[in-house]
Design a protein around this ligand. Sequence first.
Ligand code: ZN
Length: 190
Amino acid sequence: MIAADEAAFRFVAGRPSVDFTGTLGKRWRNPPVERTPDPAALGRWFAEAGLTDRPVAVTTTALRQAYPLREALYRLMRVPVFGERPTTADLKLVNDWAARALPALALRADLTARLVEPTAEELLALLARDGVDLLGSPHADRLRECSSETCTLLYLDTSRAGSRRWCSMDVCGSRDKMSRYRRRVAAAED
Ligand SMILES: [Zn+2]
């Protein structure tokens, strides 16, 4: 049974393609926390990620395609973080998705842009394109894995010094501070 707070979507990365990899959480666990276990959950994720105004209809087929794309993006994003080598299979999968049709864009009256009724497949293509754009740019050097031992989220460190340690100060940062405090208290009592 997955706790509700663990199943909640996390938007900490600063890029949709990186946040997308976080829909599989606590990757050290067996099994990890699947935050998009069904098509409706992925539809909600698209909306909460700000890609659509309302949840998108996602088919079971689209969900089944989303998982391998997500995992290929995740492994490619590990490359700059951990100095791993990309596999041809992952490159091909992400490149194939990135080459597909993207959602149409339109301007609202307030001159903000919106995607025009995108399909789930178009949104997956958009995530792949975002991942390619990021990984092929100097920003890839700012990809990090959260320093918390129990979190495996990737994020983009946009701090000037490049010294951000946690996916989120509110969650992992404060948890880390609390456990260090408890260790200090326990050590003082010994
Ligand atoms: Zn974290």
